[in-house]
Design a protein around this ligand. Structure first.
Ligand SMILES: Cc1cc2nc3c(=O)[nH]c(=O)nc-3n(C[C@H](O)[C@H](O)[C@H](O)COP(=O)(O)O)c2cc1C
Length: 304
């Protein structure tokens, strides 16, 4: 029995629901010898900013029980380099891609979106939830419903691309923020970004990260992320892209049962570069075994 794994995120059709998360897969090129990129539902690129960023001072990564802390600080070569070099690569592969962008203030986002729109980029992920950069605002856009609404409404008018908004789990009520993104015209939300955390080396008494705090990801966050995806999916009409600690097909299926339309694989790529493909194959097997014809029939079917 053949099963239908295709899903739609805004105007983007993915042949399967398993994507790779921003910042954990470059723009695909470092992985091309290890992974058949064509098998991925989509690649979300490392977040780009208007100008080149060096990122935070090292160390930028610390291992934790069942996860990792990172404080990369959005190191990237900036918009011009991306348009002149990386885009050529992305357009040469046969995998849908989503360009992730971030800025310190609204006008940075607007400039990025306008530039990408001119290049007919199909899908953009608005990263308004990076915990490792100092923005001109005191908090992340995604930590305030009004700020989220204002920013998304503004950039929505600047592009015909599918607009996905990446949300932070570092909030009291994810529903409020997710609804603000939807009301402002987002075609999907992606959650979660990392949870703020820290670790200290007791021998040196120094923080394990140069930035002191960082973002926690990996299996440790899965139950927290799953709960947030469940809450968001239950109050939204637009698709939710679920992520946070997905390591196995069962983890991915949990997110789909909780209401996610697609799932995204992050930290698992550092352990097993083929993770997304293995997870996709496992999901396919589950559908066949349970005689479910289409992944869409499984979405949100948790029995509670
Ligand atoms: C090393 C590292 C770098 C990341 N960089 C970005 C980034 O540039 N933009 C972004 O939106 N999320 C970034 N993230 C967050 C991931 O995309 C993902 O939302 C988060 O790690 C949760 O998924 P996971 O537990 O499967 O890793 C990064 C995560 C890690 C571990």
């Amino acid at each position: 029995m053949g099963v239908d794994l295709a899903v739609k995120i805004g105007k983007l059709t993915l042949k399967n629901p398993v994507m790779v998360s921003s910042g954990t897969f470059g723009c695909g090129e470092q992985y091309e010898e290890l992974v058949d990129l064509k098998e991925l539902g989509a690649i979300t690129t490392k977040t780009i900013t208007l100008r080149e960023r060096e990122g935070n001072k090292p160390p930028r990564i610390a291992e934790t029980y069942a996860g990792m802390l990172n404080a990369i600080g959005l190191e990237n070569k900036g918009l011009n380099y991306f348009c002149d070099t990386t885009l050529k690569y992305l357009n040469s592969i046969k995998t849908p891609y989503i360009v992730s962008v971030a800025g310190e203030e609204e006008k940075d986002y607007s400039k990025l979106i306008k530039a990408l729109d001119k290049l007919n980029i199909e899908a953009i992920e608005l990263n308004i939830s990076c915990p490792n950069v100092k923005s001109k605002k005191k908090r992340m856009f995604s930590q305030d419903a009004q700020d989220t609404f204002k920013l998304v409404s503004k950039v929505r008018k600047l592009t015909k691309a599918t607009l996905i908004v990446k949300l932070s789990p570092n909030v009291t009520d994810i529903k409020e923020i997710a609804l603000a993104a939807q009301d402002a015209g987002a075609e999907a939300v992606s959650l979660v970004n990392t949870f703020l955390g820290m670790a200290i080396d007791v021998h040196s008494r120094k923080p394990k990260l140069g930035n002191i705090t960082g973002g926690l990801s990996g299996p440790a966050i899965k139950p927290l992320a799953l709960r947030m995806v469940y809450e968001a999916a239950n109050c939204l009409k637009i698709p939710v892209i679920g992520q946070g600690g997905i390591m196995s097909p069962e983890d991915g299926l949990e997110f789909i049962l909780a209401g996610a339309t697609a799932i995204s694989i992050g930290t698992a790529n550092f352990i097993e570069p083929q993770s997304a493909i293995l997870i996709k194959k496992g999901i396919e097997k589950y559908l066949i075994k349970n005689k479910i014809k289409s992944i869409k029939q499984l979405r949100g079917t948790i029995i509670s």
